[in-house]
Each structure stands twice: as C-alpha cells, then as structure tokens.
Design a protein around this ligand. Sequence first.
Ligand code: GDG
Length: 440
Amino acid sequence: GWAGQPGVALEPFDFEGTHLVPIELSAADVQNYYEGFSNDTIWPLYHDVIAAPTYKRAWWDAYVRVNRRFAAAAADVAAENGTVWVQDYQLQLVPKMLRELRPDLTIGYFHHIPFPAYGLYAQLPWRKQVLEGLLGADVIGFQRVADAGNFARAVRRQLRYDTKASGISVPDGEGGTRVALAKAFPISIDAESYIELAQRPDIQQRAREIREGLGNPRKILLGVDRLDYTKGIRHRLKAWGELLEDGRATVEDATLVQVASPSRERVEAYVQLRDEIEMMVGRINGDHDTMGHTAIRYLHQSYPREEMVALFLAADVMLVTALRDGMNLVAKEYVASRIDNRGVLVLSEFAGAADEMGSALLINPHDIGGLKDTIIRAIDMPAAEQGRRMRALRRRVRDHDVEDWSREFLEALSAFHGRTSSAPAAVAARAASVDEEAGS
Ligand code: GDG
C-alpha cells in the first residue's frame, strides 16, 4: 500500500501481525496517478460514464510508473513460490509486471468496481495494455458474473484470445498457452462484527437517542455513501423531495438521514457534485422543515463504526440507490446489523449486491416515479413482511461473509495456478472443474 500522504517515506513496519511495506507517492504521483488516471479516468469509465472520463497521456504515464513501483516492491518481498493478491483498479498493470519480474509467484487480482460493457471499455486509449496487465494474474476476480463476462468479451475483441467457460487462454510468450480464470467472487463483510456491535446496549441506546434527536418521526430513512456521483444521492433526494412536495409524505412521517462521507475532494466532478447536493438539500429543507422536524438531516462527515451501527438500528428504511456500484457493502452492513429482523432495504439493481439480495425491494434509480412508489411501500411495509424479507437477507450475508470470500478466492487461485492448455476444449474443461471446486 501507499503511505496515505504524499511525499512521506516510511520504513516497513509491523501492525497487528502484518508486515506492511509502504510505497512512497509524491504530490505529483497523487495528482496524476491517483486523482487523475485512477479516479478521473478509470473510475468514471468503469461506472458507465455517469461522469465523463478524462483521457490524459501524462496521467497514463504516471499510472504505468507507479504500477511498476508497486510491482517491484512486491517482487522484492514475496517469498519464493509465494502468493500475491493484488487489490483493485489502481493496480491493473501490476499482475503482468510482477509475473515478468517473478515467474515463480502465484498471482491473483480482485477488481472491486464494475467492469464495463465492451462498447464503453473500448473508449480507453490504453485498452489493450490494461487487459494484458490484468491477464498477468492466474485468477482475476470480479464482483458480478456480468463483470467477468464483460472482461472476457473485451479480451476476445481486443486481444483475440480464446475464452471458454471462465478460462482464458493467454500466450505465455514461449510458444505455449497458460489459462487464466476470470470469474465472479462477490465480496462480503465481517457480518459477525456487525452483529456484535448491534447487540451492545450502549449502541442500542444511542439508536434511541438518534430517533429522539430527530423529533421522533414515525419513520427514519437512511442513506450512507461516500459523496460520489455513482451512488445516486441526487436521485434519492429528488424522489424524497417530490414525495414531500406531492403530500404523499410529511416531515412528521419520516426524516431522511443522509451521511455523505467526504471523498476525493480535489477531483472537479466531486466538487461539483457536492455543490449540487447541498443546494438540493437546502431547497428541500427550506420548503418542508418545521421547528420540530426536518426533511433531510445531511451530514458531510465520517463517523466511527459504532455510530454507523446505531444509525442502522435507528433506520426503518435503508436507501441504496447507486447508479452503478461494484457491490455496495452498506447494504450488507445494514442487514447484518438488524438483529431484530426489522427494517426495509431498498436496493438498486445496478449495485452488485442486488445479485445476492433479491429479498430487498429492488429499484431502478433512474425511474424516479418507481423509486417514489417503492419508498412509500417501504415506509408502510407491515412488520411481518419486513421480518420475512430481512430474515432471508440476513441468512445470505451470514452464510457468505468476507472470510468465505477470501477463502474461495485463494482456493481457486491455488487450484488454478500453473494451468496450461494446448486445446481450447481443455480450457473449458479445466475452468468448469474449478467452478465446481470454488463451490459456485
Ligand atoms: C468500493 C466499491 C464495493 C462510509 N462512510 C462511513 C463509513 N463508510 C463505510 C461503509 C462501507 C464502506 O465505507 C463503503 O463501501 P461501499 O461498498 O459501500 O462503497 P465504496 O467505498 O465505493 O467501495 C464498492 C467495495 O469497494 C468493496 O469491494 O462494494 O462497490 O465502489 O463499509 O460502512 N464507515 C465509517 N464511517 C463513515 O462515515 N466508519
């Protein structure tokens, strides 16, 4: 990882049983590699160009340089025949660079955000290099089956490699072919730690205080997101504002608590988004607040986990309205925290979590009319139906927590490392057998 602050050179150190090797990034690296290429090129492109991606050659050059630095550092410290698991879109070139430096290693990569449809991916001026970078891994994990499918299609179209089932035939540079696995491994949360927090009397007391502090509205609606244009916060505010405007809800009926944690504050699209959201909140509150009740309690702040769980316990309705989201852990954290089997999750079908959480009220956030109807349905949902849905959701999150996720990925990685193939048919057979071994 990097030190978290530009220009800070830290010696390797141990923390909670893990040896950490910080990579130094200069202020220019942060600007070009991190805020630029990672967060203003890849992030918007991979989230369906909700915001327009910026393509700058100087940013790409910085991305290559910094990826090389990470690869070199990993190559220096990894054990002989060891395993390296590369995390996320800031490091897409590392798998190939690392394989070149250390052919003995087993290399995995997990992609936390969506992988876009080919028609969008094709915009990327460096589309071939990025695919080749990722294909340096033995296993490339995605959140959704659709993401893995989009990746395989991009590989077929751009690189003309064979793909069968989840296996991709990659030339090994010596006339042979190795097989990389590209497959969905949906991430999860440490569910047990949320359950433990939700059981604490002080946190339950805090949930009651939060409700009191809001003037005891009949229902509390909650949104928790990094302040990001992918999260659909504007769509959520628009729907809620219209419901108040139409008289279908009042501020005594319900208050929306929106935690929007500060994020990427030096990227222009985020500066603009914050202005737009704060203007909307000001208008809606100005129109509807009373002395005792508010339409939206907007908090541009970050909170400790205890406070987040108290908020989850206080919230009758959780609104996850992302326009595009790799998974959305907040949806899973909310249901894990609801040890009382009450509360309603309204969940965007454009979040990866929708693939596993079919018992939520699924919505299309672009359909403001449908979103409004669903919010009313959630506010009015009878306790028995809440219980039925919440129990099914909680079962899924408890049965598949973050430990299962990492174990399944690492098992697939050790099963798949070193697979070679001469015929495409063999690729299909091997990919299918690993699918079974990974249990999905
Ligand atoms: C990326 C992908 C994918 C937020 N505010 C506070 C706070 N949070 C915590 C939440 C949750 C996490 O941050 C956010 O995770 P999400 O999954 O919701 O979204 P991203 O940050 O965009 O994460 C996403 C994820 O990677 C994992 O693969 O699911 O799709 O975009 O845990 O609770 N936590 C605390 N205070 C806050 O104010 N303590």
